[in-house]
Design a protein around this ligand. Structure first.
Ligand code: KG4
Ligand code: ZN
Length: 367
């Protein structure tokens, strides 16, 4: 550890993210006082390349990253109005994720860093999600993070830069994956989350009694595969499905998910308090955190626990490079530079001390 963040000058970092189906680059500045500013944020989504397959195809993703990354980086530098001398470092996702895509980003970042004489910061993608609320809302440590994306569903105590303690994780499907599978079995489009949310709008959440897996159990883990199966059985029993049936099934699914999430979050807040690290806020991140029903449930719940609910805007909840640039700046400010020779890792739990679990450090094809 070196000087405290407050004593350091502003840090300007280029971030690169290629671990799934977004090719992204961004420039972020962290002031000496710790506030953040996004100077540019370029995200090129490959959704259309993968839609026909109902999920992300790793080989297609890797090739698309190769084709797009140089242009995306150039656009991020141009939008920021900077030349290379204006940067203090390059942060890049080194995992977890689809290994082909991660390699494209890491090799490109390594080459640029070497050519420009800049420090290279290979980082865990999940650290980007974990620290985003400090960039957008100045969240103070410690806080509770609910990370809900296509590859992850975790509750993590964020106690400082590099200090992450996993409190719970899914023991089977990630929540975004469950949304995607639900959408597929109901004949809705890909990606499934937004499609389920739209279809649920005119639905009656109380029509079907769907299960609430693991609700009320003593730890903070999640399980979604039984809920997905229950939804499938209901849908099969009703087939052929009328539009109202689909709406009611989607609304019931969202209600069950929200009920489980709020129960698990409440338990995690109490567990942090019992451990003597009371959280200053509940923070949500990941693509599923853009779901309005889920956000409302979490907001209500954290208010009842006396905590602010912080959720970055949807464009910073889903995958982006601003979060990686920010995580790099936070690490530089704290004097916690990662080893530049780190190699690409398909699996990489944020809390390396916790037991391996299905949803703990895995991101991948979701078809
Ligand atoms: O964080 P993200 O963009 O990428 C990953 O790192 O996985 O999350 C993508 C996931 C997908 O499974 C997608 O269906 C889900 O987030 N998602 C949603 C919504 N928007 C995206 N799930 C529920 N409701 C939404 N509005
Ligand atoms: Zn992500």
């Amino acid at each position: 550890m070196t000087a405290s963040p407050q004593q350091r000058p502003a840090l300007t970092v280029l971030g690169i993210e290629t671990s799934c189906d977004e090719t992204a680059a961004a420039v972020v500045r962290r002031s000496a006082g710790g506030s953040g500013e996004i100077l540019s944020n370029v995200v090129l989504s490959q959704i259309e390349d993968h839609a026909a397959f109902g999920g992300v195809v790793p080989e297609i993703a890797a090739r698309a990253h190769v084709d797009a990354l140089d242009g995306v980086i150039a656009a991020a530098m141009r939008d920021a109005g900077l030349d290379w001398a204006g940067l203090d470092g390059i942060a890049v996702t080194a995992g977890p994720g689809l290994i082909g895509g991660v390699l494209v980003g890491l090799m490109t970042a390594r080459a640029v860093a070497a050519a420009r004489g800049l420090p290279l910061l290979p980082l865990n993608h999940l650290e980007g999600h974990a620290l985003t609320a400090r960039l957008t809302d100045g969240a103070a440590f410690p806080y509770l993070l609910l990370l809900v994306s296509g590859g992850h569903t975790q509750l993590v105590a964020i106690e400082g830069v590099g200090q992450y303690r996993r409190l719970g994780t899914t023991i089977d499907d990630a929540l975004g994956e469950a949304f995607d599978k639900a959408a597929k079995l109901l004949g809705l489009g890909y990606p499934g989350g937004p499609a389920v949310e739209r279809a649920a709008a005119p639905g009656n959440p109380a029509r079907f009694a769907l299960p609430r897996p693991l609700k009320g159990t003593p730890n903070c883990d999640f399980s979604f595969s039984g809920l997905k199966t229950a939804l499938r059985l209901q849908a099969e029993a009703l087939a052929p499905l009328a539009e109202q049936d689909v709406a009611d099934l989607c609304a019931g699914f969202q209600a069950a998910v929200t009920d489980v999430l709020t129960d698990r979050v409440r338990r995690a807040i109490r567990s942090m308090r019992a451990d003597g690290v009371p959280p200053t806020a509940l923070v949500a991140a990941g693509g599923v955190a853009s779901n309005a029903t889920i956000r409302r449930g979490l907001d209500r719940d954290s208010a009842s626990e006396g905590l602010p609910f912080l959720v970055p805007p949807p464009s910073l909840c889903t995958d982006n490079a601003a979060m990686m640039a920010w995580a790099g700046a936070e690490r530089m400010a704290a004097g916690l530079l990662p080893e530049p020779a780190v190699s690409a890792r398909p699996r990489w739990p944020l809390d390396e001390a916790s037991d391996p679990a299905v949803g703990a450090g895995r991101r991948g094809a979701r078809a």
